[in-house]
Design a protein around this ligand. Structure first.
Ligand SMILES: *Cc1c(COP(=O)(O)O)cnc(C)c1O
Length: 403
């Protein structure tokens, strides 16, 4: 009868305030089920003072404090590290926080960071505001021109961010060319791999010879969560020293993720490849249908021949995220583009992607260095609804646009 407390004797004084906390019952060990348990902690108990004095939080050999990990967060870290093809993983409360952690950990006053001109917008804003305030400069490079990128590198360049494709304008760069150029000069590289989700290509090994980024970041918010209900970011590395440098900053900034959110991502991970493949299939059907419509000038989906960087995509990937942008035929104003989005019924208006619900967002892009096109477009993120229902929704909204 392990773990069973002896019954109260008739005279035993009841001490509910203690007994509700320090109850002698212990559930039996040996419990296993498909999903790992949700552990939540700030305090973690040490068995004795020796264990307290010998606490070790830099690896996963033990537990010290909730901020430094629980069995639940260790489990997700290990699975994401494996997904990305790396060895170590750090989790933070959003994809943007993961980007900020890399910058805060690796850059100091006087350094320069290079960002692709089509970079995830809030990453550019972080560079324009906080990084500038800390004396860190940034420049935007044209991700489609490796030679021009190479000419921008200088001894002050300490970090280069790469992204494939740009998540609004969808140009797929020569990732291997960009990363090879940085590696030849010993410049640290970080890949925003949210679009690829660890499935479309391996961010650490583009060529089968280990050519890749030093840090692979992902907004787990998107595909790995898959529910549109969790915010989380990951940083995966293959180099232990680089991991520890990021981890020290992670600890000193007090970053962490909550057990319940971690559980939601763990629960979604087994279906990640299925969801990614299905959204890819459905998105390509819709992208091809839209490409044939007279109202649409251009469909920017890297798997479509003629899309910017299609050859680069084809040389690296067979899969793609269920994400693409459309531009409109001449004469269709931004206001009519917005009317098209407002007319959609099954597509909802909202940011993010990788969830069950299809989403549409209109953008009006200012021309900027390395991205001279500018103009207005609508980005569509394909969810898990029936493809034919989505096509019919697009058709009725295009009719509104025409009328
Ligand atoms: C969403 C996204 C991010 C940021 O993720 P959040 O969890 O929303 O902060 C970063 N990069 C890309 C490409 C994204 O799509």
């Amino acid at each position: 009868m392990t773990g069973r407390r002896p019954p109260h004797g008739p005279q035993a004084p009841r001490k509910p305030s203690t007994e509700l906390i320090d109850h002698p019952y212990r559930p039996p060990g040996g419990f296993e089920s498909p999903q790992p348990a949700v552990y939540k902690a700030s305090t973690v108990f040490f068995p004795d003072t020796t264990a307290l004095r010998n606490r070790q939080w830099k690896d996963k050999s033990g537990y010290t404090y909730g901020l430094h990990g629980t069995p639940t967060t260790f489990t997700l870290e290990e699975r994401i590290a494996t997904l990305e093809g790396g060895t170590d993983c750090l989790l933070v409360g959003s994809g943007l926080a993961a980007i900020a952690l890399v910058n805060a950990s690796l850059l100091k006053g006087g350094d320069e960071v290079l960002l692709p001109a089509n970079v995830y917008g809030p990453s550019r804003e972080l560079a324009e505001h906080e990084l500038a305030q800390w004396g860190i400069t940034h420049r935007l490079y044209d991700p489609m021109d490796v030679a021009a990128f190479e000419a921008m590198l200088s001894p002050a360049t300490k970090l280069v961010w790469v992204e494939a494709p740009g998540s609004v304008t969808m140009e797929f760069p020569d990732l291997a060319g960009l990363l090879r150029t940085c590696r030849a000069r010993g410049i640290t590289t970080a890949l925003d791999n949210t679009w690829g989700a660890g499935l479309a290509f391996c961010g650490f090994d583009l060529d089968g010879q280990g050519l890749g980024a030093d840090i692979v970041m992902q907004a787990l918010t998107k595909y790995p969560s898959g529910g549109g209900d969790v915010l989380m970011g990951s940083l995966v590395t293959r180099d232990r020293a680089l991991h520890l440098r990021l981890k020290m900053t992670h600890m000193r900034l007090g970053l962490h993720v909550a057990g319940n959110d971690t559980e939601l991502v763990l629960r979604s991970l087994p279906t990640l490849p299925l969801r990614y493949a299905e959204q890819d299939r459905s998105a390509r059907v819709l992208a091809q249908w839209l490409a044939a419509r007279p109202e649409v000038a251009e469909v920017r989906h890297p798997a479509l021949p003629g899309a910017p960087g299609h050859a680069q995509w084809a040389s690296l990937c067979t899969q793609a995220a269920g994400l693409f942008s459309i531009t409109f035929a001449a004469g269709i104003t931004p206001a009519r583009g917005r009317a098209f989005v407002d007319a959609l019924r099954r597509f909802r208006i909202g940011y993010s992607w990788g969830g069950p619900v299809s989403l549409a967002v209109p953008y009006e892009l200012k021309p900027r260095a390395g991205l001279p096109q500018g103009g207005h477009l609508v980005r569509l993120a394909i969810g898990l609804e029936d493809t034919e229902d989505l096509r019919a929704d697009l058709e009725q909204a295009l009719a509104v646009l025409a009328g």
